[in-house]
Ligand binder design. Structure first.
Ligand code: ADP
Ligand code: ADP
Length: 228
C-alpha cells in the first residue's frame, strides 16, 4: 500500500453562518520516496491540505492515512505527538527563533527526545554539515542570508530523521540562485536519503525538481503530464 493515502476526503469552513466546501471527495496516493509538487491558484486549498497532512487540521470526513497512522481518527494531542516524531516542516519564512543561534534552532526538535546533550550536539553538527553550514553553528538568523536561513530550516526539519518532509513555499522568499541551492538540497534528501517530499509552490522552476506535479483546481488534483 502507498505510504500516504487520502480517500474521499472532505473539508470545508464555516465563514459567518455560511459553509464553504474546499474538498469534497479528494483522493490521492503518494508512494514512499515520492517528491510531489503541489501547485494551484491562491485559495484552491493548498494550505488546507498541507495543514491536514501535518496533522494541524483534521478532515471533516474521509480517510487520511500516513504510514500506519490514520490522522483522521486521531485527536489533537495524538496528532501533535505524531507530527513531532514523523515529519519535518519547511516554511516559506523559515520560522527560526531570532534569539537562538543556528545550532540551537536546529536542536529544538531533539529536546523532545530522550537523547543526551552530547548526542544532540553530534546530530546537530551532522545535519548542519549536510546542508553546508558547518562553521556557522553560532550565527544568529539575523546575520544570515535568506538561503542560509532556509538551510537552517531544512536542517531543523531533518534532524529527527523523519521519513516525510512537508515544504510550504520553501523558495518563496529567495532569489533564483538561493532557491536552486535549496531545491537541489531537497532533491538530494529525496534521492539519496529516501525522504518523501510534498512541496507546495507557486514557482514553476521549483516544481521542475519534483518527480510529480499536481495542480489543485476546484478541489481536485490534475497531474501534469511530462516526458519521461
Ligand atoms: P491556498 O493555500 O491554496 O491559497 P487555502 O487552503 O489557504 O488555499 O484556502 C482555501 C480556502 O479556504 C480559501 O477560500 C480560504 O479563504 C479558506 N480558508 C482557509 N483557512 C480557513 C480558515 N481557517 N477558516 C476559514 N476559511 C479558511
Ligand atoms: P497561502 O497563500 O500561503 O495559502 P493564505 O493567506 O491563503 O496563505 O492563508 C494563510 C493562513 O490563513 C492559512 O493557514 C489559512 O488556513 C488561513 N486562512 C486563509 N483564509 C482564511 C480565512 N478566510 N479565515 C481564516 N483563516 C484563513
Amino acid at each position: 500500500q502507498p505510504y500516504i493515502s487520502i480517500r474521499h476526503l472532505q473539508k470545508g469552513y464555516k465563514i459567518g453562518g455560511e459553509a464553504i466546501s474546499i474538498f469534497d471527495g479528494l483522493d490521492l496516493d503518494i508512494p514512499n520516496g515520492d517528491f510531489v509538487a503541489i501547485m494551484g491558484p491562491s485559495g484552491s486549498g493548498k494550505s488546507t491540505l498541507l495543514n491536514m497532512l501535518a496533522g494541524i487540521d483534521r478532515p471533516d470526513a474521509g480517510e487520511l492515512r500516513i504510514g500506519n497512522s490514520y490522522l483522521n481518527q486521531m485527536g489533537e494531542g495524538a496528532r501533535a505527538s505524531w507530527r513531532a516524531h514523523n515529519m519535518g516542516i519547511v516554511f516559506q519564512f523559515y520560522n527560526l527563533l531570532p534569539m537562538l543561534n543556528a545550532a540551537e534552532n536546529v536542536e529544538l526538535p531533539l529536546l523532545l527526545k530522550p537523547l543526551s546533550a552530547k548526542d544532540r550536539r553530534d546530530r546537530v553538527r551532522k545535519v548542519l554539515d549536510l546542508v553546508g553550514l558547518s562553521g556557522r553553528e553560532r550565527q544568529y538568523p539575523s546575520m544570515m542570508s535568506g538561503g542560509q536561513q532556509q538551510r537552517v530550516g531544512i536542517a531543523r526539519a531533518i534532524v529527527s530523521d523523519p521519513g516525510l518532509l512537508l515544504c510550504d513555499e520553501p523558495t518563496g522568499d529567495l532569489d533564483r540562485k538561493s532557491a536552486d541551492d535549496v531545491l537541489q538540497m531537497l532533491r538530494f534528501l529525496n534521492q539519496e536519503l529516501g525522504k518523501t517530499i510534498i512541496m507546495v509552490t507557486h514557482d514553476p522552476e521549483a516544481a521542475k525538481y519534483a518527480k510529480r506535479v499536481l495542480h489543485l483546481d476546484k478541489g481536485n488534483f490534475v497531474e501534469e503530464k511530462r516526458a519521461a
